[in-house]
Design a binder for this molecule. Structure first.
Ligand SMILES: [Zn+2]
Length: 175
């Protein structure tokens, strides 16, 4: 299943910077401007049809016709679990499709065009690269992607998280 066309977009309040980045990492469009005031935040949510994520009770009690998720925890993992659970988010397939800094979709590029931006061993071992058109940051499927996947499946309790040990055969053959 590819990403649903009706994927929700978000705007996060000043206290939720890490949650914003985590959701971007999952491919979601998340506006985050730490200096934005409450009124403006709600206005943007209304105008752009964004779900407002907030730790602020006053923002959460809005009469505007906007979807607001009051985030209950200070802990990133709980925040992510709550957001994904409450909105029934499809988190498959979107990992590292969006720049976590700029919040814009990254573009697939070939190895040659990023040769001066990634370490040589990465160039040799990776085939697929993506670049942020905003900041130029280059993303590739490396250990940080694996780490992120593991973290997410742990946090979100992915159903297919049961990856048995792949055999720890470290007993050297004694010829
Ligand atoms: Zn960027």
């Amino acid at each position: 299943m590819g990403p649903a066309p009706g994927k929700p977009r978000f705007i996060a309040d000043a206290m939720l910077g890490r949650l914003a980045k985590s959701l971007r990492m999952l491919g979601f469009d998340v506006l985050y401007k730490p200096g934005i005031d409450d009124v403006e935040l709600k206005r943007v949510a209304l105008r752009e049809g964004r779900v407002a994520l907030t730790r602020d009770h006053e923002i959460a009690e809005s009469s505007l016709p906007i979807r607001i998720v009051f985030i209950e925890s200070d802990h990133l993992e709980d925040q992510l679990v709550q957001t994904v659970g409450e909105l029934d988010l499809d988190v498959s397939g979107g990992l590292f499709t969006r720049c976590i800094v700029c919040n814009v979709p990254v573009e697939d590029v070939d190895a040659a065009s990023v040769a001066d931006r990634v370490p040589p061993y990465v160039l040799e071992t990776q085939e697929r690269f993506a670049r942020c058109p905003g900041c130029g940051r280059v993303y590739w499927a490396a250990t940080h992607v694996e780490n992120a996947r593991e973290w997410l499946s742990r946090v979100l309790g992915d159903a297919d998280g049961a990856t048995g040990d792949a055999g720890k055969n470290d007993d050297g053959g004694a010829g």
